[in-house]
Design a protein around this ligand. Structure first.
Ligand code: ZN
Length: 412
């Protein structure tokens, strides 16, 4: 073994089994699972995709949201994911009136994850306006709160409701610089800092977001956050795609997390994030399945490196297998509020899976990250609960039936 290529401390080989922590999908919008394969016709952009996503979001009942989310989470479990970060922004009834129980939709998503056997970081999302100066589109009214106090009230209600549940963490999400004015960003960030909560935010996903932010504030998105002292080590920048060099440095100096969601970012035509420079600057990598456009959290990890090769025309451009595995597990748990991987959480891969046969024992992390697919998942425990046994999830048949029924009910 090469001294510069240490084995991953996260990975053990016993017999024909490979033991490692479950993967963390740090950024998910579970209801968007229903869009997979349904947005691949006609030309368009991120913004035209968003119209179709809004049509779906505007129809969902609490029961339908549960069914889609539960199926999405069972699918993630089968692929080796043990903890999911749900960036939850669907809060209110169609038209915008809060439900009698304000947090009912967040609770549906949390219950869906628990029923699938996962841990969940529920990131209750602040969404206060349609765009920098625009009135909200009709479908956005379900996402919108009048002020930061309403957001904080729901975060507090959720924290109280799940305080005794070791499988649930509640954090704060700030939807984007488009959807949250800077004064509210500061107020909500102060609250999160006082309470020690993780803060997740969509950052610089699209050039149009950067241009609009410059026009409205005089700053690019990460410049704006820096100018208001809003970056820190509990900040999770999702996408972090269109960055100026000083914005890369700022995320690194803050020791922020960057959550890349490569299959969704490819699907939406977002562009290529500067993964290598971000990691070399000190940012901590994690990954997410985001819109569930593609079915494979292993691809999310290797794509961080492979897409950086496409961007830079170089090999070994961002991270090796061990670093990607750390990003996909320990950093992911940390980005969702678990300082360490809880005892009992374990994933077992089948070393005889056709894609893993012959993996070099001295470079096992490379063999796993660049080779594994969901097919290799043999078993998974989350805490005291066996979630996957012999490659199967006992909840799959019922979850699939309910999901297919909901798809028949919807029109989007
Ligand atoms: Zn997102």
């Amino acid at each position: 073994m090469n001294a510069s290529d240490p084995p991953s401390p996260l990975l053990r080989h016993t017999g024909d089994a490979l033991h490692l922590p479950p993967l963390a999908s740090v950024h998910s919008h579970a209801f968007q699972r229903a869009l997979r394969g349904r947005t691949q016709q006609q030309r368009g952009t991120f913004w035209s995709w968003r119209e179709q996503m809004y049509r779906l979001a505007d129809q969902l009942t609490p029961e339908q949201l549960y069914a889609i989310s539960h199926y999405a989470f069972v699918e993630l479990a089968l692929a080796g994911v043990g903890v999911v970060g749900e960036f939850h922004y669907l809060h209110h009834q169609p038209g915008g009136r809060p439900y009698e129980r304000r947090t009912v939709l967040a609770e549906q998503v949390i219950q869906a994850a628990l029923d699938a056997g996962l841990r969940i970081g529920l990131l209750r999302t602040a969404y206060l306006r349609g765009d920098f100066d625009d009135d909200p589109a009709p479908a956005q009214r379900r996402f919108i709160d009048p002020d930061p106090d309403a957001v904080i009230r729901d975060v507090e209600a959720l924290r109280d409701a799940y305080a005794g549940n070791p499988r649930v963490r509640v954090g704060l999400a700030l939807h984007s610089v488009r959807a949250v004015p800077v004064e509210a960003l500061a107020e909500l960030s102060d609250y999160a800092e006082r309470e020690g909560l993780m803060v997740h935010m969509h950052v610089a996903e699209q050039p149009r977001e950067v241009e609009a932010c410059l026009a409205a504030t005089g700053y690019r998105p990460v410049q704006l956050l820096t100018a208001h002292n809003l970056l820190h080590s509990r900040f999770v920048a999702v996408h972090a795609t269109h960055l100026a060099p000083e914005e890369i440095d700022a995320l690194g100096q803050a020791r922020a997390f960057v959550c890349l969601c490569r299959t969704t970012e490819r699907d939406l035509g977002d562009g290529l994030p500067p993964a290598g420079p971000l990691l070399r600057a000190g940012a901590r990598l994690c990954a997410g399945t985001d819109s569930h456009a593609a079915p494979d959290p292993w691809e999310e990890l290797r794509a961080v490196e492979l897409d950086e090769r496409s961007r830079t025309l170089r090999r070994h451009a961002a991270a090796d297998g061990a670093a990607l595995l750390a990003g996909g597990t320990a950093h992911g748990y940390a980005a969702l509020g678990w300082d360490h991987i809880p005892e009992g959480d374990e994933l077992v891969l089948d070393g005889t899976d056709p894609a893993l046969v012959g993996a070099d024992p001295a470079r096992l992390a490379d063999g796993v990250v660049f080779g594994a697919t969901a097919r290799a998942v043999r078993g998974m425990r989350v805490g005291d609960r066996p979630v996957i046994s012999h490659g199967a999830h006992p909840g799959l048949p019922a979850a699939r039936k309910a999901y297919l029924e909901v798809l028949r009910e919807l029109d989007f």
